[in-house]
Design a protein around this ligand. Structure first.
Ligand SMILES: CC(C)(COP(=O)(O)OP(=O)(O)OC[C@H]1O[C@@H](n2cnc3c(N)ncnc32)[C@H](O)[C@@H]1OP(=O)(O)O)[C@@H](O)C(=O)NCCC(=O)NCCS
Length: 174
């Protein structure tokens, strides 16, 4: 079982009791504003999403982590890795992503979790590079990639929904 610990978070695989809190996160339009076409997701879509995230772990050995607050044991959201199949022009690639519930924003939690996930990807899993893809205008994600020291690689457009996207990259130190 893959598990990472940061000062304030446990990053772990998904459990059945994550469905309710993650569905609440996915039902918040502010959270979903910069994700895909900006639509919220209902409980059923969230269940499918959690199943897909667990499948990524099983099939690829990397995946999105459930980010749980160590003190309160509350689910803060998702931070982790996935293959950006939606953007064929950058494949092969592994993407780092983040999605926290609104009460958890603005405390440096995404950056804290993402540092641990990058270390896991580049050192533990031995990946040569990790990308980040976010919508142009998503200043919160722009802040996280800046803090992580990722470098801007290109701008492109989401093939399915036409949203302008920015791709950042970080390479393993040799
Ligand atoms: C993106 C997200 C994960 C950031 O989480 P967070 O824990 O608030 O981020 P951090 O606190 O680690 O912030 C990292 C940097 O970005 C800056 N930042 C965070 N949110 C910001 C915002 N809304 N506007 C401007 N800057 C912001 C922070 O100030 C910080 O830099 P600083 O320490 O120099 O001030 C969170 O806003 C979120 O879940 N949003 C909804 C989902 C989403 O859009 N995901 C990305 C889709 S690709």
């Amino acid at each position: 079982m893959t598990l990472l610990r940061t000062p304030r978070l446990t990053l772990r695989r998904w459990r059945e009791d994550d469905l309710e809190p993650m569905a609440a996160i996915h039902a918040d339009p502010e959270v979903m504003r910069w994700i895909g076409d900006g639509s919220v997701q209902d409980r059923e879509q969230t269940a499918a999403c959690l199943a897909a995230w667990e499948r990524e772990w099983e099939e690829r050995g990397v995946g999105p982590f459930a980010a749980e607050c160590r003190q309160s044991r509350r689910l803060a959201g998702m931070v982790g890795l996935s293959v950006p199949d939606f953007l064929p022009e950058i494949l092969p690639a592994v993407e780092i992503g983040w999605r926290l519930g609104r009460p958890f924003w603005g405390h440096g939690l995404a950056t804290e979790a993402a540092h641990a996930v990058l270390d896991f990807a580049l050192r533990d899993r031995g990946l040569a590079r990790v990308v980040s893809v976010h919508a142009v205008g998503d200043t919160a994600s722009e802040g996280v990639v800046r803090k992580l020291g990722m470098r801007r690689e290109r701008e492109t457009t989401h093939p399915a929904c036409g949203v302008p996207l920015r791709v950042h990259v970080i390479e393993a130190r040799s």
